[in-house]
Write a protein that binds this ligand. Structure first.
Ligand code: PMV
Length: 320
């Protein structure tokens, strides 16, 4: 009655923002992401008939906040009449701060729960179930460059290029460690209901996906850089224009963008992307990592740097 799984977070280059079905958590748009290698969430799930309630430990500390969403996830995998579970999570990066911690958490817990319940999931089932909990978690079922497409009644994820076929690096500049003020589900709904740019965003997404897909297929870094930055800033402009406005950035976030622009001015292959939080992810060619790390580390307000390559999809511990 026990299972343990590991999943890595992923960073979207063409973003998912907005839902077409809130109840089933289906995204309004497709997206393309990269799965990271060095950042991870490990989830251990143990069903125990003697437990009166589910429990969750995150990095050795009891956590009530995340428990309801994880419990719902276990219900979807093992049925609402399942035994209560002991969930133990270990994560080596800041949680709920715009670093896609929910993506790796829900991909890992889904897989671990299925193992604990004696089920074996196909990777498509894993993506669908994880995606019910967190849209971006579906993509962490896969490694490398991953595209999530909307299909009639659901989603379909695929690796469109393996990590080894284009081994890019990501330097994450941490500018703040606290959890974000507004969760992504609530923020997306505010945008859908109030932002004057939202419908335009949904309409244009296929064009951005086409450009990014082609750039990835031909390993055209420049082309990917331009479309990824455009798509990121477009997503944030929807948030800035919504009512109430949502600005996830801080002053250091902006300074990191300037640092990336300066690096680009020196001919360094790097681009930025930012999710629903103040951290900046600088995607670069592996040979540029040293320069990018040094420049971001020297940027005022950056408290920490994490560097990672591209990694694989969620897996059971022992399968790696
Ligand atoms: O999966 P969620 O609900 O955490 O939403 C993720 C939204 C972004 O990280 C901002 C974009 C994305 O595609 O990951």
């Amino acid at each position: 009655m026990q299972g343990t799984a590991i999943a890595q977070p992923n960073i979207a280059l063409i973003k998912y923002w907005g839902k077409r079905d809130v109840e089933r958590n289906l995204p309004a748009v497709g997206s393309i992401s990269i799965t990271l290698r060095e950042l991870f969430t490990r989830m251990q799930v143990e069903f125990d008939k003697s437990l009166g309630t589910d429990t969750l430990l995150v990095n050795d500390t009891p956590d009530e906040k995340m428990l309801p969403r994880l419990a719902n996830c276990l219900d979807r995998v093992a049925g609402a009449d399942r035994p209560r579970a002991r969930i133990v999570s270990t994560c080596n990066f800041p949680i709920a701060a715009g670093l896609a911690s929910s993506a790796s958490a829900f991909a890992a817990v889904t897989l671990a729960a299925a193992e604990a319940a004696g089920q074996s999931l196909t990777v498509d089932q894993l993506a669908t179930l994880a995606g019910r909990a967190s849209g971006s978690a579906a993509r962490s079922a896969f490694g490398g460059f991953v595209e999530l497409q909307n299909v009639d009644d659901g989603i379909r994820c695929r690796t469109i290029k393996e990590a080894d076929d284009w081994p890019l690096s990501v330097v994450v500049a941490i500018t703040e460690k606290g959890p974000k003020a507004v969760g992504s589900t609530e923020a997306m709904e505010i945008c859908r209901q109030t932002s004057p740019f939202y419908s335009n965003w949904v309409e244009q997404q296929e064009l951005d996906l086409d450009v990014a897909r082609a750039a990835i297929a031909s390993r055209d870094f420049e082309k990917l850089a331009v479309i990824a930055e455009h798509n990121c800033l477009k997503m944030h402009s929807i948030m800035w224009a919504s009512r109430p406005p949502m600005v996830y950035w801080n002053a250091a976030t902006m300074r990191c963008l300037q640092t990336v622009r300066q690096l680009q001015g020196q001919g360094i292959g790097v681009f930025f992307t930012i999710d629903a939080g103040p951290q900046v992810k600088a995607v670069c060619l592996p040979e540029q990592v040293g320069d990018v790390e040094a420049a971001l580390r020297a940027t005022d307000g950056v408290t920490d740097i994490m560097t990672t390559g591209l990694g694989e999809g969620a897996r059971l511990e022992g399968d790696a």
